[in-house]
Design a binder for this molecule. Structure first.
Ligand code: SAH
Ligand code: SF4
Ligand code: F3S
Length: 466
């Protein structure tokens, strides 16, 4: 298989912009402004992709609306990470038959990670005739062409060929927030953890050129961004494919050197590639948030090997120890899977002991979900569902009490927070470590950094005052 990254040329993108113009002209002839609704599932990569889909739609004359009912275009940007995520999408896709019945001209698209699975595109072809177009993440850059074909050819469009992946610079973006921006620094994944579908649906790892990333960050900061979150499945291997000598820590330093008052976050870090150089760089710059999402997945070295994670319990703990030694206020979060095929009670207890040892601020906990085509899906899995649920509940209970303790320790602290919005009668803000703080204040504070005194805590959030 060809594994080379394709660079989408300026001419290829111009051809897509020409489709945007043609779509806008079609609607102009109709004499009204069309509407579009984009629904996003899954992780921040998908959020970032949806900003591009909205960018293309806006450039094609669409006004973005907040519900599917009555919209001329509906795009479902989907996630394939677990069975449950897929079931939700199929349920919501089924419900769209009703919106389409009330508005027969509605065009429905399915894209994102599920669109990269042959079994999904086949099922849509066969059983969901109201879906007009399906395109995998590799074909997102061609969305205007796909939309134009659907509008003019009255024929369903499937752009789902499997490819190693491309990089397209210059797709327009309509960002969710001007204050807090996502910046993808790389796409795809090479790690093939045995449970995970991402490498199959998002292709091989490929890094954007540093100058493109720096230009985007500079523009964002000039336009008022106060937080930039760098995205990639494994940001620590940034640059490996560029052979420019610039690694992730160097990229962080270069962004931190940009002028302006802003904070850099990033996710996700793979422990196998998280280096002391990275932690030293984080410690060195005030503009890099002392926040780290470092998924460990399991506390058992045997299970980690079966997961193909390329680190063991001791190496992971050693990295955490070093990170905490150079950043004493580090906010640490992680992902963990319970019930991986063959996980024994003792191995599960090793996961519990690891979280007790590390004391994470928060954990994202998952029950193993077999994904067709991944090695783990065909591993022997004798543990009954009820037993996995019991382990999951225990894990959550242990973590909740740790999170509560950590949150209680915030009371009385004075922290610099970015005020980012309003939730009913309270303003919301984020600490440097990414914790949510609610406090009373007026809307003019939104978009500014403020010193807040923490007055109380729950498992999930903090309360504070100016
Ligand atoms: N690239 C990131 C994770 C992306 S997926 C990383 O390597 O850390 C987010 C999380 O979903 C993973 O960390 C893992 O905990 C979970 N996950 C992935 N595949 C899963 C599966 N098949 N069943 C259950 N959880 C899974
Ligand atoms: Fe999936 Fe592993 Fe890649 Fe993360 S690093 S996306 S868990 S294969
Ligand atoms: Fe889901 Fe794809 Fe992200 S599978 S978690 S949306 S990379």
């Amino acid at each position: 298989m060809n594994t080379k990254t394709t660079i989408i040329s300026q001419a290829q993108l111009e051809a897509q912009f020409a489709y945007c113009d043609k779509i806008a002209a079609l609607w102009c002839a109709e004499g009204r402004t069309p509407t579009a609704y984009v629904e996003t599932y899954g992780c921040q990569q998908n959020e970032a992709d949806s900003e591009k889909i909205r960018g293309y739609l806006t450039q094609s004359g669409y006004s973005i609306v907040k519900e599917a009912e009555g919209a001329d275009v509906v795009v479902m940007n989907t996630c394939a990470i677990r069975e449950h995520a897929e079931q939700r999408v199929f349920g919501n896709l089924g419900a769209l038959t009703h919106t389409k019945r009330r508005h027969p001209e509605q065009k429905i698209f399915l894209c994102g990670c599920m669109a990269g699975e042959t079994k999904v595109s086949d099922r849509i072809k066969k059983s969901y005739p109201h879906v007009d177009g399906v395109f995998s993440t590799h074909h997102l850059w061609q969305f205007p062409e796909i939309l134009f074909n659907v509008l003019t050819r009255k024929k369903r469009q499937f752009y789902v060929t499997d490819e190693p992946g491309s990089i397209a610079e210059g797709i327009p973006q309509v960002r969710d927030s001007q204050l807090k921006a996502w910046v993808s620094i790389m796409y795809g994944c090479n790690n093939f953890c045995t449970y995970c579908i991402v490498p199959y649906v998002r292709g091989r790892e490929r890094s954007r050129q540093p100058e493109d990333i720096l230009r985007e960050c500079r523009e964002l900061i000039e336009n008022g961004a106060r937080e930039i979150t760098l995205l990639g499945q494994n940001v620590n291997s940034y640059g490996n494919d560029l052979k420019s000598g610039m690694d992730f820590a160097d990229l962080l330093s270069a962004i931190a050197a940009l002028p302006g008052d802003f904070l850099i976050r990033f996710m996700t870090s793979h422990p196998k590639d998280a280096s002391t150089k990275l932690f030293d760089t984080m410690a060195k710059y005030d503009k890099i948030a002392k926040q780290l999402h470092l998924p460990f997945q399991s506390g058992s070295s045997r299970v980690l090997k079966a997961m193909n994670r390329h680190y063991d319990r001791e190496t992971y703990l050693e990295k955490v120890r070093y990170a905490k030694s150079v950043m004493p206020d580090l906010v640490l979060t992680s992902d963990v899977i319970v019930g991986f095929p063959g996980e024994t009670e003792e191995e599960f207890e090793e996961t519990i002991s690891l979280i007790q040892q590390v004391h994470y601020d928060a954990l994202f906990t998952f029950i193993f979900s077999p994904r067709t085509g991944t090695p783990a899906a065909s591993m022997e899995d004798p543990t009954p569902k009820e037993e996995k649920n019991r382990r999951f509940d225990k894990l959550c209970a242990v973590q909740n009490s740790i999170s509560e303790q950590i949150h209680e320790a915030y009371t009385g602290k004075r922290l610099r927070c970015l005020v980012d919005g309003r939730d009913k009668e309270m303003l919301t803000a984020r600490t440097e470590g990414g914790r949510l703080v609610r406090f009373e204040g007026c809307d003019s504070l939104i978009g500014t950094y403020q010193m807040l005194t923490i007055t109380g805590a729950t498992t999930w959030s903090l309360t504070g005052k100016l």
